[in-house]
Every structure is written in C-alpha cells, then in structure tokens.
Design a binder for this molecule. Structure first.
Ligand code: FRU
Length: 482
C-alpha cells in the first residue's frame, strides 16, 4: 500500500492511476502469466488532453502494479483507444519464433488534420514490444489502415480467428462497425459492416469488441458484439450496448430487435475484454465514468477508476440469450470478514447495520424478496438508496442525495432505473461492491448490473435494510465484508 490510498475518494480495490487523467481501458491482453491493462492517459492534467497509453500489470486481477507510460503520441497523432495481441506465430515478423511480439493496434488522432477541417484525421497504427510490454516500437509503415474520409473511425479491436488463420479487426465508423482481416497485422482488407439499422444510435459508436461465448450449461456458442455509445445510454450520457449473433469470419449478423445494455448504471463505459485470457475466460473491464461529467468529478490529483474485472457469460433466459457480467473470482482475497447474520423483517420493518471503520464494504445476501430498500448513510445525512420494486419491475439507484452532486448538473439530477423483468421466483443473490467513490450492484449473479460513481463527504457507515412489502421477508447469509 502507498500513501495515496488515504486520499479523498481514492478507490481501495479498483484500479486508478496514481495521478492525472485516465479514460478507456486499452490493449487488454494476457501474456506469460500477466494481465496487462493499458489505458487512455494524459500525464499533464486531470482533464482529457493529448492521449498516451498508460500501463499497469497484474497476476491476479486484484492487485495492480503501475508501469511507465507505454505509448507516447508522435507526429501522426495522439494515441487513441485500441487493443493488443500476442503474435504467437510471428505473422508480423516483428518478433522471432522464440520470442513472439506483443502487438498494440490503436487509433492515431491527428489533431492538426482535424483543426485543418479534414475528415480523415483518424487512422490505425501499430506498435510492438519484444520485452513483455515494457518498451514499445512504432511500426515504420504506420498508419496500417488509412482513412477514406470518415470523421469517427477508431478503436480497433483485433482478435485471432483460427478458422481462417487470420487476424480480424473490428472498428467503429460513426454509426456502424466495420470488419477487416489480415494475415500479418499490417495489410488489412475490409470484409463486412454491421449496425447502420440496428441497435441504439443516440450517439457515436465507440470501442467495439467481438468475441464468442458458450451458452451456460450447453455446448452452444454465440458471438457477442459490444458497442459503446456516447451519448444515448438509458440513464443518460455514455453507455455500452451489446448484440448477440453470428460471425462468419467476414461479418457479424444479428436478428436482435431490442436495444440491450451490459450495465444500466451511468458509470461503465468503453469496456472491452482480454485477449488470450486463461481457460477461455472472457474478462471485461470498463471505465467507471461518463463523458457527461467525467471532467468535473471532485477528485484532485487524479481522475477516474476502472470497474472491477468481470467475467462475461451467456445465459438463456426464456427465449433470449442474455449477456451476464459478474466480478472475477479472486477479488474475495482483498476483503476481510465483517458482519454476518440472517435478517427476518415483518412488513414495513427495517434493520440497521453499522459498518463504521470499514474503508470499503461488500454486501452480499440471498433472498426471494422482490420489494426491499437498502440505504447507505453517513454522518452528514447523505445517502445512497437502492430499491427493488416488484410492482414497477424496476431496480432504482438513487444518488441524488449521495454526497457531492452539484459539480455538474447531470450528475445528481435523476434516479437511475433498471428494468427487472425476469427474476427467478426462488432465492437469488444480491452482491454490492462499495468503494470510496463507486458502487457496483450485481443481481442474480450478474444478470442485472448497475455501476455508478458517488462522492459522499464522508464514508457511509450505516446500512438500513427495509422491508417495503406486505409480507415477511428473509435475507439469508447477509454479509457486510470489509
Ligand atoms: C471513448 C473514446 C474513444 C477514443 C478515446 C479517446 O471514450 O472517445 O472512442 O478512442 O475515448 O480518448
């Protein structure tokens, strides 16, 4: 632990930069036992500026070690979001058989081109590392993908597609995704497009990700396309939608009609998944902020944090496939046992649990109850309120009186809502990760998820559990861990 863990609002168990501005996670790749986390970084201020790739590493997705900046801007532009691959077979020639290169594929944002009124100022470039990500060399032939005049043309996510022995790149072009293939990471050919007439289009499409997942409890596999949009999210500002469908090596197709969201809270944006994670796992990290107010949040030396790493899966619920996201195993290693009890409440009754001196809290219980309220409070009469309402079939996250909210008009003006339409009759789990300046709610093991930032003037120290139904409710194995 370093001193900065005592700073106001500094997350205790979420990744945050030591100092200065951070946005999207980039280049998530697992290589030789190490999870790399690169991220959009501006080292000179706590607001967005000329972008670099910051870098951190972890062996357990719980503890992170800060590394020096990995990619600096150059004469082709700022380094915007992108991905990283392990070039196992040295298809690029950057590495050698004994030492495969790590490749980073990113967007060059040419500020001068933009200022000059051109439309082709975003192109795709590549860099490689022969020392496990410590130092990087830009490819001399950059850009590897030119722009034919599309203003928003960015955020390449590259994956290996074995059936064609090729690389596939998914990137976004304003209101749709484009797919390219390559044998060598340098020469790219356009093979397909998706999305002009599908999905949410309240804002520009950003940060795509394409991968295959197995449906829980079956051998069936489906493809998933993640697309972040800004603005146009269900509770305002930025958010991440997903599509479930098929991919044939050239293009993605989906017959999905409705818009679907990986997270209904305001603060999970630009999330993407790891390439090459062990055991075929799909591990997701999102940026825990929202462009509506990201530049205004009340921290002083640094800005923003990442979500906890979450494992993605597919579950068939009724006739539809749902994308599930739930914290990875191993985060329990960071917590200590706190309060444990079984709670039984008469109609209208409430229980209060004090958890002062916890610098974080993880609340977990199982219940069949469909009407209850959880109120996290501090000594300043500030509160964060979570309510499940079966009549409305909505879960509410109310941060309107959660602490500092007036730093930006959009932050505390509305109660966030998540439709809850398919909860099981029987008992299900509720798990809540509360850090100094964020809350993540996982209902029924990641079927319904909300993530939001909060800025209480002091830590919350009391939790009220209220029975808002006419029946007796039981909350089994109610835990608050510290
Ligand atoms: C998403 C985004 C990306 C872009 C990056 C720039 O938050 O706008 O589309 O590459 O941030 O920092």
């Amino acid at each position: 632990k370093t001193d900065y863990y005592t700073e106001p609002y500094r997350p205790q168990f979420h990744f945050s930069p030591e100092e200065m501005w951070m946005n999207d996670p980039n280049g998530l790749v697992y290589h030789k036992g190490v999870y790399h986390l690169f991220y959009q970084y501006y080292p000179d201020d706590i607001v967005w500026g000329p972008m670099h790739w910051g870098h951190a590493i972890s062996t357990d997705l719980a503890h992170w070690k800060h590394k020096p900046i990995a990619l600096y801007l150059d004469e082709l532009g700022f380094i915007f979001s992108g991905s990283a691959v392990v070039d196992e077979n040295n298809t690029s020639g950057f590495g050698s058989d004994g030492n495969p290169a790590l490749g980073a594929i990113f967007t060059y944002h040419d500020m001068k081109g933009e200022e000059a009124g051109r439309d082709d100022f975003q192109t795709q470039g590549i860099a490689y590392s022969l020392d496990n990500g410590d130092t990087w060399t830009k490819f001399k032939g950059n850009p590897v993908l030119e722009n034919e005049g599309i203003r928003d043309f960015r955020d390449p996510k590259v994956m290996r597609y074995e059936p064609l022995q090729s690389w596939v790149m998914t990137l976004v072009a304003g209101d749709h995704a484009k797919f390219y293939t390559s044998k060598n990471l340098k020469d790219w050919e356009l093979t397909g497009e998706f999305g002009k007439d599908q999905g949410a289009h309240g804002g520009v499409w950003e940060c795509p990700d394409l991968f295959q997942l197995q449906v829980e409890g079956t051998d069936e596999k489906k493809w998933v396309l993640l697309i972040s949009i800004n603005p146009g999210a269900p509770n305002g500002g930025s958010g991440t939608q997903y599509f479930i469908g098929d991919f044939d090596g050239k293009t993605f197709t989906s017959d999905q009609k409705e818009n679907r969201w990986i997270d209904w809270g305001t603060d999970n944006y630009a999330g993407v998944t790891y390439n090459n994670a062990p055991n075929d796992e799909r591990i997701f990290i999102g940026w825990m902020s929202n462009w509506a107010y990201a530049r205004d949040t009340p921290t002083e030396k640094w800005r923003s944090a990442m979500t906890v790493p979450r494992k993605l899966s597919l579950r068939k619920i009724g006739d539809t496939y749902s994308l599930i996201n739930y914290p990875v195993d191993g985060l329990e290693n960071l917590r200590e046992q706190g309060i444990r009890k079984t709670i039984r409440l008469e109609a209208g009754e409430k229980d209060s649990l004090a958890f002062d001196h916890f610098n974080r809290a993880e609340v977990q219980f199982t219940t069949a109850a469909k009407d209850f309220r959880l109120v996290f409070k501090n000594d300043k009469e500030q509160q964060l309120v979570l309510t499940l309402d079966s009549e409305k079939s909505v879960f509410y996250l109310d941060r309107t009186r959660s602490g500092k909210t007036d730093f930006q008009e959009n932050f505390g003006d509305t109660v966030q809502e998540m439709p809850i339409d398919h909860l099981p009759q029987e008992a299900f789990e509720v798990r809540i990760l509360l850090d100094y300046s964020s809350v993540e709610v996982f209902i029924n093991k990641g079927q319904y998820v909300m993530t939001a930032q909060v800025f209480p003037n002091e830590h919350y120290i009391l939790l009220d559990i209220e029975n808002t139904s006419e029946a007796i409710l039981e909350f089994n194995n109610f835990e608050i861990n510290k």
